[in-house]
Design a protein around this ligand. Structure first.
Ligand SMILES: Cc1ncc(COP(=O)(O)O)c(C=O)c1O
Length: 451
């Protein structure tokens, strides 16, 4: 019988995270204190993060051990399967070999629990009782709700308003795990009230929801903040994906020429791609491609500069590809890709030419998702459809050129809670959005001044 899935046993779950920091081609610019503009001290972060995660943020050893209680929980669904997309290859008539890592098999339905579990664990160990966070599509909020439930923490989720109403069942899912989820901007925080005073109809954005969640953590003594992407420790936790994929590709007797992941804050792409960076550095010709929406093109149209991670300027300044912290993207259905910035680690590798970036409009992504579901069966999340669109293009290019390329991508999540988006696509009610060039200039004008 054809081997569609390349499986590892539970014993093969990676026991450490791969830390890319010592393998970077140039040093990472430090985060800056938003008040002083000087490099942030670890103590600037202790109000909202536990010490263990702050240490991981700046760790320089090449690998960091995964604590036993975290391995126990990850073992509930990891290692995830690597699939060979024979049926998609056949549907496209391509000589390319297509593989995908299926992160949709986690209890929350995406890659996000790979980091929510260690984050909840380290917070619980530090005596924290409650975590606050933001969520775009609802995937991260559900993942944190799941992890908080496992480690006995309360969980408060600010969900970007347009996604909250597009996906009501994501909120119910969070409630199943005992979390509280409200639409953002809300009247529960000063940050939310300020936005609502300016624009009562505001759709929300991840930048606004982050401001609310950070304010919640700062104003509650028992509460820490938890972020689902962007920061170094989050990307670190996701590297279990790429480490497993490397082992599985070896079992399949193949190595990728192209590695693809969609990019919101950059964590699922990094999780898959980073463990391949040392191979690329040692001379193997591997293209690492991050895919973003044309409606929120932080890498393809943004600037590489210090910016806030949130709308109200409460977070440290990060050097990253950004569209400006006050950018509110159009209400595209890939809610998890509507973030104004890109992870500093991914941005640096992009600027150094290690990582390529491309952008796709949403209609082409939905078209690709339908081609994929009809060939492979799995209905992907709208975020993931961006990776699928790029993979299909690369596979068709291989066909045109008559090249036998091997393509690997991260199926970052299933789309079972995204039927409203698919329904609108079938009804012809979705349109494409491109981020206009004038807006790039406007964003530049609002960036914080750093000497
Ligand atoms: C299914 C899915 N894929 C990808 C992303 C993008 O996030 P990141 O770039 O941090 O992996 C999200 C974010 O919510 C998501 O839900």
């Amino acid at each position: 019988m054809t081997e569609y899935r390349i499986l590892l046993s539970q014993r093969d779950l990676p026991k450490s995270w791969y830390n890319i920091i010592p393998d970077l081609p140039v040093p990472l610019s430090p985060p800056l204190n938003p008040g002083t503009g000087q490099p942030a001290n670890p103590s600037d972060l202790t109000a909202i993060f536990p010490q263990a995660l702050i240490e991981q943020e700046v760790a320089t050893s090449p690998s960091l051990p995964i604590p036993e209680p975290v391995l126990e929980v990850l073992s509930l669904w990891r290692p995830t399967p690597l699939h060979r997309a024979y049926r998609l290859e056949k549907a496209l008539g391509t000589p390319a070999k297509i593989f995908y890592k299926n992160e949709g098999v986690s209890p929350a339905g995406s890659h996000k629990p790979n980091t929510s579990v260690p984050q909840a664990y380290y917070n619980q160990r530090a005596g924290v009782k409650r975590l606050s966070t933001e969520t775009g599509a609802g995937q991260w909020g559900s993942a944190l709700a799941l992890a908080c439930n496992i480690f006995g923490l309360e969980c408060m989720v600010y969900m970007v308003k347009c996604s909250y109403f597009q996906k009501p069942h994501r909120r119910t899912m969070m409630e199943c795990w005992g979390a509280k989820c409200i639409p953002s901007p809300s009247d529960q925080t000063e940050a939310g009230r300020n936005v609502l005073a300016e624009d009562p109809e505001c759709n929300g954005s991840l930048g606004i929801a982050i401001s609310e969640a950070v304010e919640d953590a700062v104003t509650h003594k028992d509460t820490n903040y938890s972020l689902g992407s962007v920061l170094n420790h989050v990307l670190l936790h996701q590297t279990v994906i790429g480490q497993e994929a490397l082992a599985q590709m070896k079992l399949a007797g193949a190595m990728p020429d192209i590695v693809v992941g969609c990019c919101g804050g950059g964590s699922n792409f990094a999780g898959l791609a980073f463990p391949f960076v040392p191979l690329k550095a040692s001379g193997k010709n591997i293209r690492l491609i991050g895919v973003e929406p044309t409606a929120c093109p932080s890498m393809t149209k943004g600037v590489y500069a210090y910016d806030f991670g949130d709308k109200s300027g409460m977070t440290p300044l990060l050097k990253m590809d950004t569209l400006g912290h006050d950018f509110v993207p159009a209400g595209i259905h890939a809610g998890g890709l509507r973030y104004h910035g890109m992870a500093p680690l991914v941005s640096l590798l992009h600027r150094e030419g290690v990582v390529e970036a491309v952008s796709y409009p949403q209609l082409k992504c939905f078209e690709a998702a339908i081609t994929f579901s009809r060939a492979e069966g799995i209905i992907v999340a709208p975020e993931t459809s961006h990776a699928v669109a790029c993979v299909i293009d690369e596979a068709l290019k291989a066909k045109e050129e008559g090249k036998e390329r091997t393509i690997l991508f991260n199926l970052s999540g299933h789309g079972h809670f995204d039927m409203a988006a698919y329904e609108k696509y079938f009804a012809g009610e979705l349109s494409d959005y491109a981020y206009p060039e004038e807006k790039v200039k406007e964003a530049l004008a609002h960036l914080p001044k750093v000497s």
